[in-house]
Write a protein that binds this ligand. Structure first.
Ligand SMILES: [Zn+2]
Length: 179
């Protein structure tokens, strides 16, 4: 089982490294299994899934989506943020060489681990991911428009702290609940 899992992880990593979507044959059974576990019974958030119309249609067969959270971010901000992201090899803490610098360059504040850049966080791969988004994922906005309430958050500059975005999204989610 462990060997199968690590082979699967390796395969998933391969698609991420080249900026392509992980194939449905891998993601769908994983997701279906995960959503049937106890921890998902009270609710769940899917981050970056579904990404294609086909995935959305299949998802309708086994999960009910209550709301879509659409983060609207200009391309230059996406490229700037992702290409300057660094992650600790040891504890996974996320830094940003422009906006959230570690005290010592290349070293994790928390554990002293070495910081690295993900293979899919280079400008070239990010641009490819954005092209894939335009072609395959953007049509989903229309697919869900008539079915599910939308919460939109527009990110206009790089200085908006994550907690401000989260606060606004939570407020809107709660107001959906009240209706
Ligand atoms: Zn660390």
């Amino acid at each position: 089982m462990a060997k199968e899992d690590s082979e699967l992880a390796e395969e998933i990593r391969h698609y991420m490294n080249i900026g392509e979507l992980v194939p449905d044959g891998i993601t769908q059974p994983m997701l279906r299994r995960r959503l049937s576990e106890d921890g998902s019974k009270r609710g769940f958030i899917l981050d970056g899934y579904p990404r294609t119309l086909r995935q959305a249609r299949t998802l309708d067969d086994f999960a009910k989506i209550d709301a879509i959270i659409n983060l609207i971010v200009p391309k230059w901000i996406i490229i700037e943020r992702l290409s300057s992201r660094r992650i600790c090899k040891n504890c996974g803490e996320v830094y940003n060489v422009r906006f959230l610098k570690p005290t010592t360059e290349g070293v994790c504040d928390k554990c002293g681990g070495e910081l690295y850049q993900r293979n899919d966080d280079t400008v070239q791969v990010i641009e490819e991911r954005l092209r894939v988004y335009e072609k395959q994922t953007k049509p989903l906005l229309e697919y869900y428009a008539s079915k599910v309430p939308f919460i939109e958050f527009k990110c206009k500059d790089t200085n908006i702290p994550p907690e401000v975005a989260v606060g606004e999204i939570l407020r809107e989610l709660r107001s959906l609940e009240d209706h």
